[in-house]
Design a binder for this molecule. Structure first.
Ligand code: SF4
Length: 666
């Protein structure tokens, strides 16, 4: 098996467009992954930039004879696997291998035939637009985007362009083969797409749906079930676990690429959330289905939604203790949740009694029955989530987040390790890989130590000669009044020496704008600032215009790939410690007690710092400087933990040396 992997990898990389090259780290990774799958042992692989880690796990996965799900954190990587790497492997192994693969997305990424039929037949664009609780998380790995809220439209007030977009989507539904939103030739507004799509939470399933036989999402799932390798995003994998295994086809092995993201994604996916928007959406649905006499029940639920809103308001930005929500609580929030629960139970019971038409067969009763079934299903999920709030365990944390139209009460597990240890690792071999594996990740994810191996295959890049790490030890403490001006002075000098070509990373929007304002007047190069353009357009412009600088915040610390002369300098404004008010991290700190800093904050800062530093060298010929404008990296007791996670670059605290190095890059 291991020799087969080596031979197949050599053949596939030799056929790469650039002629390919032998990468010892990639080969070591592929052999280790092959062995891990064959032996059923979990494997954590740190594979530095340039390893070619996707082929390092895909080739052994393809040869394993097992069914494999690959979960990625970004769409860019998902596209790379499906459009480049996997087709190359299929071609390299030849038709005799019979390797098949598929991409599977969350249900709301596919047009819903049933909702499209209802909108089309009834011309019910207004009604459909009212039923979407925009901004709510939906099982299936997706979130209905905020900022374009449903419910704003009232009968007779079609928002400009939305109705036309829906009609365009209905026309597309007649011609598309896949129903995949990504294949649209235009970007619909969130509300237009919401009118013809559905979340996994609200879909009754093909068996109970009149359009089940022609359902795009079901077809995609069937294709995935017939495939050897299925590519998904990590959120969808989290939704799969949260659903008890109902989302993805059976599989033997799961590969998590960008494994440094797993803990955060699973924390999010394995939680739940309740908002008044969700309650109101159900009431609006129910009003169209219930006889007039039941209107009072709908009004009761709408009143309960308002009470929930009022009770959530004082908690925005704060954690909510379990006793506030526990059964019998006399706190206003607990009482409001309890009242909403009871009224929803009555409403859903009434919905169940509605004769949707037909005698139970999914094709009897048609659209009316389908709408009733969906409302009952959505109501059942909402009741479950509200009831769960009344009995939160000490292993969960609840808090209230602000949102454009209504606050949201969210619940997450404090630790995901015990859940994964019970529900994932016993039945699936896990392969986890990242360029920066956070310290202690395997333990926090519940991987059983006796059955788990960890390796580091390094990076093929010559960091020692090509890159310099500069720590600006002379800068004053950030909290002093003259710190910002001193940082701006240093940044301007560095950017000038680099001839532009700078990615300036910040830990806050405020710091980014302050630095951009201060530096803009002092360097002759164009400054692109996050927020001026969409992320992809900013990155494209930065890549295309060689002497341009890009100032950006946390969304650009990872996943930005700019090889070549456009990037010679990465500046980092401060060590990226997590926010002190993050509710999940607060709960973890309390559990860790005196070890909180080292167990909770330091590993996250080390990983994110390494991700930021990793933006610099993206190809074997890249050269440049990473400048950390935070003197703590030169002085703090914990600096060794942070420096230990970085590539093996030469280090200096001498500004003159750095300026000379940058000028020498030409
Ligand atoms: S099963 Fe029916 S309701 Fe569910 S996504 Fe498919 S068409 Fe839509």
């Amino acid at each position: 098996m291991v020799d087969d992997v080596t031979a197949a990898l050599a053949g596939i990389t030799a056929a790469l467009p650039a002629g390919g090259e032998h990468r010892p780290g990639q080969e070591a990774m592929a052999r280790a992954v092959g062995q891990a799958i064959a032996r059923g042992r979990h494997l954590v692989v740190q594979a530095g930039t340039g390893t070619g880690k996707s082929l390092g796990y895909l080739v052994p996965a393809a040869l394993s004879g097992r069914t494999v799900v690959v979960a990625t954190a970004t769409k860019a990587l998902q596209d790379q696997l499906a459009e480049q790497d996997l087709p190359r492997i299929v071609a390299g192994l030849g038709p005799g291998a019979g390797l098949t693969f598929a991409v599977l997305k969350g249900r709301s990424n596919y047009l819903c035939r049933q909702r499209a039929a209802e909108v089309g037949e009834a011309g019910a664009v207004h009604e459909q637009l009212e039923l979407v609780p925009s901004g709510d998380r939906v099982p299936g790995g997706d979130r209905v985007p905020s900022g374009d809220r449903a419910g704003a439209a009232t009968a007779g007030e079609e928002p400009p362009g939305i109705g036309a977009q829906v009609r365009r989507l209905l026309a597309w539904a007649e011609t598309t083969e896949t129903g995949d939103r990504a294949e649209l030739s235009f970007e619909p507004a969130a509300r237009a797409w919401a009118a013809v799509s559905i979340s996994a939470r609200d879909c009754p399933g093909a068996y109970r749906c009149p359009s089940g036989d022609s359902c795009f999402a079901e077809r995609a799932r069937a294709r995935a079930a017939d495939s050897d390798i299925v590519v998904v995003n990590t959120h969808l994998y989290g939704a799969h676990l949260a659903s008890g295994g109902a989302v993805l086809p059976d599989h033997d092995v799961v590969v998590f690429d960008e494994a440094h993201e797993i803990e955060a994604v699973m924390t999010d996916s394995l939680g739940s959330e309740v908002s008044s928007g969700r309650i109101r959406a159900l009431a609006t649905q129910a009003r169209t289905l219930l006889p007039g006499a039941a209107g009072a029940e709908v009004d009761d639920v709408l009143e309960a939604a308002s009470l929930v809103d009022d009770a959530l308001a004082p908690w925005v930005g704060r954690r909510v203790a379990p006793e506030v929500l526990a059964t019998g609580s006399d706190a206003p929030l607990g009482l409001a949740v309890e009242r909403a629960l009871r009224r929803l139970e009555r409403l859903v019971a009434s919905l169940r009694r509605v004769d949707g038409g037909g005698d139970g067969d999914r094709n009897d009763g048609g659209d009316a029955r389908a709408r009733r079934d969906r409302a009952v299903l959505a109501g059942g999920h909402l009741i479950d989530d509200l009831a769960h709030l009344a009995g939160l365990s000490d292993d969960e944390v609840a808090w209230v987040e602000d949102a454009p139209r209504s606050a949201t009460l969210r619940v997450s597990p404090i630790e995901v390790g015990p859940i994964l240890a019970e529900h994932l690792w016993p039945d699936h071999t896990g392969v986890l890989t990242s360029a920066t594996v956070p310290p202690g990740l395997a333990g926090r994810l519940g991987l059983p130590a006796p059955d788990t191996d960890e390796i580091d295959v390094g990076s093929p890049f010559d960091y020692r000669h090509h890159a310099l790490l500069y720590v600006a030890a002379h800068l004053p403490d950030r909290r002093t009044p003259d710190a910002e001006a001193a940082i701006a002075d240093t940044m301007a000098a560095l950017i000038d020496a680099a001839g532009g070509r700078t990615l300036a990373l910040f830990t806050s929007w405020r710091a980014m704008h302050a630095a951009a304002d201060a530096v803009r007047q002092r360097v002759p190069h164009r400054l692109l600032v996050q927020g001026d353009l969409p992320k992809s357009a900013l990155t494209d412009a930065f890549r295309a215009e060689t002497e341009t600088c890009l100032f950006a915040t946390m969304g650009f610390w990872q996943g930005v790939d700019v090889p070549g002369p456009s990037l010679s300098l990465v500046t980092i404004d401060r060590i990226p410690f997590p926010r002190p008010d993050d509710p999940v991290l607060q709960a973890r700190r309390e559990r860790a007690g005196g070890a909180a800093f080292r167990q909770v904050d330091l590993p996250r800062a080390a990983t994110l710092l390494a991700q930021g530093v990793g933006r610099l060298v993206r190809s074997a010929t890249d050269r440049g400087v990473v400048a950390v404008l935070d003197s703590r990296l030169a002085t703090a007791r914990y600096r060794a933990e942070l420096l230990g996670g970085l590539p093996p670059m030469r280090r200096t605290v001498e500004l003159d040396e750095v300026l000379a190095f940058l000028r020498g890059l030409g």
